[in-house]
Design a binder for this molecule. Structure first.
Ligand SMILES: Nc1ncnc2c1ncn2[C@@H]1O[C@H](COP(=O)(O)OP(=O)(O)OP(=O)(O)O)[C@@H](O)[C@H]1O
Ligand SMILES: [Mg+2]
Ligand SMILES: [Mg+2]
Length: 701
C-alpha cells in the first residue's frame, strides 16, 4: 500500500500543494523521493500500481477500460438531459428554441429580416432565415470538412465566442444546433451564400453525404429542416403547433426588426392555432403586455420603454403594470429574456429590475414626504406586478444549455442602470399615477407587515395557552365571535385558501389525504388519527363524551373540499366525524359546507361561476344564451387563484355556504350514515354520485 501511495504522489510531481503536504521531518527516507528525472526509481512502482489496479479490477470489474470517452455527438444522444433538460415535451420543443435562437441572432445582428417557420404534415419543422448563411468553406482546423459540417457535428463549435461575427447573441456555447442535429432522425440544412445554394443532410448526428453545391442562387440565408428522433423522445412524440406558435410569437415581440412568417399543415392543428400568420410587432413589449393584460383594470397605465447603453453594446426594453386582482392565471408574473432567449427561471436581469423599481419608489416617497415608503421591499413591488423585460448584453452567462436562468452580474447592473432614470421620470411626470402606485405598493407592504405580526401573535398565543397544530393558520381575532375555521383538503388548496382568506376572522386547517373512515373505526383508532386529533386541537375541543361546545374556538366550522367525487368523499367522512364525535356542532348549526364552483363560463368580458352541471346549463340557457362561450372546469381548489377562491367561495359577502343539518328521525340519520360511511363502498359511491351536493346540506347562509 505504501508503495502505491508514493506512486500516486509521483504521478503529480508538479503539484506544489501535494509536495508541501509530504510528511513533515524527521523523514528517515529509505530511498530518495523519486522525481521525473529518476526513472529507475519510478519504473518498478508504476508496475506495482498496474498490478494493484488489475487486482482490484478483477474483484470489481471496474478498471481503466470502464472509463469511456464519448466521441462526437454521442454524449448528446446518451445524456440528452444535460443539453435539453430532459426528453419530455418541454425538451422536445427546446429543439425549436435552439434553431429559432440562431435565426434570431442573425436578425438581431441586422443580417436577417425575415424568419419563416413551417411545420409540415409529416412533422418536419423548418426554420429559415435570410441572414448570412452558415459558412460552407473548408474549415481550417478540420481538414476535409466544411464549416457547416463542423457546426453541425462538433460540440462547442460556433461563431459566437469572440463577439466579432455577433455582438449580443443568444447563442454562446456553440452547442445548440449540433444538439438538434444529434437528436433528429433526419436533418437537412440548406445554405444560400456567395451566389450558390448548398445542401447537406444528417441522421442522428451522422453525415449522410458530403456537402453538395446544388446550383447558383441569388438568395441568402439558412434553412434547417428537421424531424425529432422517436428513439429519444418516444414513439409518437411530435411538435405541438400551439406551443411552436406561442414561442415564435413571443420571439417576434422581442425584436421589432424581424418578421416571422408562420405556416403549419392544417391537419396538425387541433385547436385555435392559425395555419398561417405574419408576426411582426413594432410596438414591442408594450404591445405584448397590453395584450396579456387585456381589459383588466390596472393601478396605472403600462410603464414601458427602451434604453440603450451609450458607447457599448447593451440595451433594455421593459413593460410593467400592476393589477389588484392578479392576471388571470397568476397574481403576478415576470416574463424575462436575455438576447431574445426566454429565461423562465429569472436571474440577474430580474433582480436588477426589481431593485430599480424599489429604489425608484422609495426615492419618490422621500421626495413627496411619504414616510411609509421606507418599508417597501421588492416583494411588495412585485406582488401584483405583470412585467416583461428584455435585455441585450454581450457574453451573457446562463445556467445550462437550456438557458433558463441568466447569471451574468452584468444583467443586474445594466437593467438597474438603464431603468432607474426612466422610472424616476415616469413617476415625477405624473404625480397622479405615481401616487396611485406608491399607495398601492405601501398597502402591500403593510399587508406583509401585518401578516408577520399576526404570525408572531399566533405563535405567542399558541405557546401561552393551547397547543395548536402546526399547519393551522389561525385567524387573528381572539374571541370566537364572527370567526370561521376552514377545513381544507390538501396542502395546495390550503395555500390558496390562506391567500384568499380574511386574516382577522378566517382560519385555515389543511388536512392531508383521506381521513380515517370513522363509521367503522374504533375509538382508539380515532384518537390515533393525527389529522383528526389535529382538527380537535384546532377547534379547542375534546371529541366524545368530554366535548363542550363552549370550548369551540370558532363560531363556524366550514368544510371546503374539491367539487368532485373525491372531495365529496372527504366531506362525507368529516361530516360523519362531527356527527359521531361532536354532534352538538351540527345540532347547533355550526357546521357548514363551502360550495366552490366547478365551472367558470365566460364570453368576452362577461364571466360567471357555476356550482355544478345543472347550474352551468342554467347559466348557458339564460345569461349566456346565444353567446360564444368558453367553459373552464376547475380540477380542484388548489387550481383556483386566490382571488377567484375568495370571490366565489370564501368572501362572506359573496359566497354561499350550506349548513349541515340532520334529518328528523334517528332512523333516517343512521340510514344516511350507513350509506355514506358504511363498508359498502359501492353504495357510497353511488350515493355520492347521485347526491354530489349532499342531502344533508340544505340551508344557505
Ligand atoms: N441561422 C444561422 N445563420 C448563420 N449562422 C448560423 C445559423 N445557425 C447557426 N449558425 C452558426 O453556427 C454556430 C453554431 O450554432 P449553435 O447553435 O450550435 O451554437 P451557438 O449558437 O454558437 O451557441 P448555443 O449553443 O448557445 O446555441 C453559430 O455560432 C453560428 O456561427
Ligand atoms: Mg445557437
Ligand atoms: Mg455546434
Amino acid at each position: 500500500m505504501a508503495d502505491l501511495f508514493s506512486t500516486l504522489d509521483d504521478a503529480e510531481p508538479t503539484r506544489p500543494d501535494v509536495a508541501g503536504q509530504a510528511p513533515a521531518s524527521p523523514q528517515p527516507v529509505p530511498a530518495p523521493i523519486p522525481t521525473a528525472s529518476a526513472p529507475v526509481a519510478h519504473e518498478p512502482k508504476v508496475e506495482l500500481a498496474t498490478h494493484a489496479s488489475t487486482a482490484t479490477a478483477a474483484a470489481t470489474g471496474y478498471s481503466a477500460s470502464s472509463i469511456e470517452v464519448l466521441e462526437g455527438l454521442e454524449p448528446v444522444r446518451k445524456r440528452p438531459g444535460m443539453y435539453i433538460g430532459g426528453t419530455d415535451e418541454r425538451a422536445l420543443h427546446h429543439l425549436f428554441a435552439e434553431v429559432l435562437d440562431n435565426a434570431m441572432d442573425e436578425a438581431v445582428a441586422r443580417h436577417a429580416k425575415l424568419i419563416t417557420v413551417d411545420l409540415d404534415a409529416d412533422g418536419f419543422l423548418s426554420v429559415r432565415d435570410d441572414g448570412r448563411g452558415i459558412p460552407v468553406d473548408p474549415h481550417p482546423k478540420h481538414p476535409g470538412k466544411s464549416a457547416l459540417e463542423v457546426v453541425m457535428t462538433v460540440l462547442h463549435s460556433g461563431g459566437k465566442f469572440s463577439g466579432k461575427a455577433y455582438e449580443t447573441s443568444g447563442g454562446l456555447h456553440g452547442v445548440g444546433v449540433s444538439v438538434v442535429n444529434a437528436l433528429s432522425d433526419q436533418l437537412d440544412v440548406t445554405v444560400w451564400r456567395d451566389g450558390f445554394e448548398w445542401r447537406q443532410s444528417f441522421s442522428r448526428g451522422l453525415v449522410q453525404a458530403p456537402i453538395q453545391q446544388v446550383g447558383p442562387s441569388k438568395k441568402k440565408g439558412t434553412r434547417i429542416r428537421f424531424h425529432p428522433d422517436e428513439q429519444i423522445f418516444g414513439v409518437g412524440a411530435a411538435f405541438k403547433p400551439a406551443r411552436l406558435y406561442r414561442m415564435a410569437r413571443a420571439k417576434a415581440y422581442l425584436f421589432r426588426g424581424v418578421e416571422i412568417k408562420w405556416t403549419c399543415a392544417p391537419e396538425r392543428i387541433t385547436d385555435a392555432t392559425p395555419a398561417e400568420a405574419t408576426l411582426h410587432f413594432p410596438g414591442g413589449l408594450a404591445d405584448a403586455l397590453a395584450e396579456r393584460v387585456g381589459e383588466l383594470e390596472t393601478v396605472t397605465p403600462v410603464f414601458a420603454g427602451r434604453a440603450e447603453r451609450k458607447g457599448e453594446a447593451g440595451a433594455l426594453e421593459w413593460a410593467v403594470t400592476w393589477s389588484p386582482i392578479g392576471f388571470g392565471d397568476a397574481d403576478s408574473f415576470i416574463a424575462s429574456y436575455c438576447n431574445t432567449v426566454s429565461t423562465p427561471d429569472g436571474g440577474t436581469h430580474e433582480a436588477g429590475f426589481r431593485s430599480a423599481l424599489v429604489k425608484g419608489l422609495k426615492a419618490y416617497g422621500e421626495l413627496t414626504n411619504e414616510k411609509r415608503a421606507a418599508q417597501i421591499t421588492a416583494e411588495d413591488v412585485i406582488a401584483n406586478a405583470g412585467a416583461m423585460i428584455s435585455v441585450f448584453i454581450r457574453n451573457p452567462e446562463f445556467q445550462g444549455q437550456t438557458k433558463d436562468r441568466l447569471s451574468s452580474p452584468e444583467g443586474q447592473r445594466l437593467t438597474e442602470q438603464l431603468l432607474r432614470d426612466p422610472f424616476d421620470h415616469w413617476l415625477t411626470e405624473s404625480p397622479k399615477q405615481a401616487n396611485a402606485l406608491l399607495g398601492f405598493v405601501i398597502d402591500r407592504a403593510e399587508d406583509r407587515l401585518r401578516r408577520r405580526k399576526d404570525k408572531e401573535v399566533q405563535r405567542a398565543a399558541a405557546t401561552r395557552k393551547l397547543r395548536l397544530p402546526g399547519k393551522l393558520s389561525d385567524c387573528s381575532r381572539q374571541s370566537a365571535q364572527g370567526t370561521e375555521l376552514f377545513i381544507v383538503e390538501g396542502d395546495s388548496a390550503g395555500g390558496s385558501a390562506k391567500q384568499a382568506r380574511d386574516r382577522t376572522t378566517q382560519a385555515i386547517l389543511p388536512l392531508r389525504g383521506k381521513i380515517l373512515n370513522i363509521a367503522s373505526a374504533t375509538a382508539d383508532k380515532l384518537r390515533q388519527n393525527i389529522e383528526l386529533s389535529d382538527l380537535a386541537l384546532a377547534l379547542g375541543v375534546q371529541p366524545g363524551s368530554r366535548f363542550n361546545i363552549e370550548d369551540l374556538r370558532y363560531e363556524r366550522i366550514v368544510i371546503m373540499t374539491d367539487a368532485d367525487v373525491d372531495g365529496a368523499h372527504i366531506a362525507a367522512l368529516l361530516i360523519t366525524f362531527f356527527y359521531r364525535a361532536m354532534p352538538e356542532t351540527i345540532r347547533q348549526g355550526r357546521l357548514f359546507m363551502a360550495l366552490p364552483p366547478l365551472y367558470r363560463i365566460s364570453a368576452g368580458p362577461l364571466s360567471e361561476y357555476a356550482r355544478d352541471d345543472a347550474h352551468r346549463d342554467e347559466l348557458l340557457a339564460t345569461v349566456f344564451k346565444g353567446k360564444k362561450v368558453e367553459i373552464g372546469r376547475f380540477k380542484g381548489l388548489g387550481e383556483m387563484m386566490a382571488s377567484q377562491l375568495k370571490e366565489t367561495t370564501m368572501d362572506p359577502k359573496k359566497r354561499t355556504l350550506a349548513r349541515v343539518s340532520l334529518p328528523d328521525s334517528e332512523e333516517e340519520i343512521e340510514d344516511l350514515v350507513e350509506r355514506l360511511m358504511g363498508r359498502k363502498a359501492e353504495a357510497r359511491y353511488q350515493f355520492i354520485q347521485e347526491n354530489a351536493r349532499f342531502a344533508v346540506a340544505d340551508l344557505d347562509v
